[in-house]
Each structure stands twice: as C-alpha cells, then as structure tokens.
Design a binder for this molecule. Sequence first.
Ligand code: BGC
Length: 349
Amino acid sequence: MNARIVLVLVSCVLSIATGLVLSRGKGGSSAAAKGSGKPVIGLSMDTLKEERWIADRDLFIAQAEALGAQVEVRSANSDDTRQLRDVESLITAGVDALVIIPHNGAAMARAVEMAHAEGIPVLSYDRLITDAETDLYITFDNIKVGELQAKFLADKIPAGGKMRLIRIYGAKTDNNAKLFKQGQDNILQPLIEAGKVEVVFEDWAEDWKPENAKKITNAAITKAGQNIDAILASNDGTAGGAIQALIEEGLTGKVIVTGQDADLAACQRIVAGTQTMTVYKPLTQLAKRAADLAYKLAQRQPLIAKAETDNGKIAVPSVLLDIVAVTKDNIRDTVVKDGFRKEAEVFGK
Ligand code: BGC
C-alpha cells in the first residue's frame, strides 16, 4: 500500500500516479431503484456469527439510509458458493453498487466479474478481494494490527528472559489474516532469532472459529506443556476460544492473551484480567465511510481515495483507517470514550 492520490470517477478509475484508466460500469438506474426511487446498495457479507459484523451491518445501513439509499443485505454463513449466489441475487435485484465482505478473497474475484458485466461497481469492505478489478477498498491498517499485537508481547518479555508463545492465526481464506501475521512477523522475527521468543506451537484457525482456536490451544498445551507465557490470538473470537482452553487447564490470568476487535466479551475479559489486550478498530468510522463511498459509487459520483493496494491484478484505490491498542489502562479513554462500548457494560456496573 502507498499514499498516492487516486481519484475514483463516475464510471472509471483514474490513478493519477500511474495514469492507469479502467472503464467501469454503465451507470444509471436499477430495477430496484426504479421501484423505490432510491439508489440501492447490495451488501454481501461473509457471516453474521461474530459480534463485529452485526455492528458493521447496522452502522452501514443506518448511514446509507440517512443518505437516502436503500440497502439489501445477504449473509453467506462462511460459504463461498452461497456468497456467489448472494451476489448473483443482488445483481438480479438490480442494485446500483455492491459492497462485499468476502469470506474468501480469491473466490470473490468471480463476484466482481459478474457485477462488472452488469455495470455495477464493487467496494471491497474490510477484507481484500484478490486478483480482481475491484473499484475501491476500505479497511484498517491491518499490518499495523499485527504489529500492535506483537509489540505488546515484546514489551512483556522479562529482561534477559524468554517468552514461550502459542500463535493462533485467523482464517487462511481471509487476506487480512495474512496481513495480521505479516505485521506480527515484522516484530517477532528478530526476537525469535535473538532467542527472546520461542514459538512452541502455531496454527491457522479455520473460518476464525473460537472452537478451532480452543483446539489449537489444547493441542499446544498437550505438546508443549503448561509452561506457556503468552498466546498471540489474532482476534477476540479466537482469544475467547483460547481462554476456554486456559480455563480447563487452570491457567486463566496467568498467560498473556492478545486479541482484536474490542468485542464486548473481550473488553469484559480485559477488565476481569483473563485477556490482556485487544485492538480497537473504530467500526463506526469504517461503516460510515463505506456507506458514504458506496452511495457515491451507486450515484456514479466522483470520489477520492488516497492510497492504493496491490491485489495481485491491479492497484485498488483504497481508504485506510487507523487503529489503537487497548488494555485495562486505556479502555476508558478509547472504546468507552468513543461511545463504542458503554462503561456499564464493560465494567459491569
Ligand atoms: C477482520 C477482523 C475479524 C476477523 C474475523 C477479519 O477479516 O478484519 O476484525 O475479527 O476477520 O471475522
């Protein structure tokens, strides 16, 4: 990714930096839009089984409706075939723009092709669609997420000592999971080489499922014993699964556990001391910006993206949002102050 200015125009993407111009879309009204007189945005989601995605959906719809658009939502239950069918049905319903949160970034390249064949622009939301001519991408700085998680651990290594670490990555099908790992590696690799960190076990949690993270933690403890200092869980869902395994082993609160998303359950665990940190990604900003951008795409209005992301096929015009590491010490000044979580919910008062 870089910081070059990219201008996304009505029906074409113009990269000022490269001079690249790609034709995109017929523009105009859709069957659904004709019915209601409003622009219609299709939102195709991987899953609604995690807390964060419910918030993404609700925030997105609220902003799109406030702008005067209508949103059609489909959720694919972590199934690529179903997500392609969802996209097909949104195209048939006549949406003016598509927003896709891919279960599998590679599999959804086909969805972009199908949408473009009908002149519908596509915004890739939070997760990158790879090897496709996606019109726009909005996300957080995902490499920085991994770096914040690993830096937090690096700061906890005792002077002259070593940290025995279990690493739980996310879903292999999610490009973000690879970026989180890349960020973690940036920090951990030199420490591993210096003998300050020993990775005693590592694995990918299929579909980001907490039960898979629990299995990984159980397997890690079976292999490496109870002498574990930290678990680098890539998100709060997997942290929750890992903590279940720690409970069984009587190790809760004794092992450092990272996370990501500032899920309510994770915030409560941080206050209780069973999880040590999370990464707060302001979903409100992401969902609102995405709704603004999708509305403009639906209306074929020009918009500006300041970054680009190489997705294997093109440099996708991108909007990147910042993030913050959260611990017991700053939870009030971050997620609570921002209105993302209520003080009473987090602290149980
Ligand atoms: C998102 C994370 C989320 C994970 C599992 C990732 O792509 O960036 O916020 O926890 O998927 O849903």
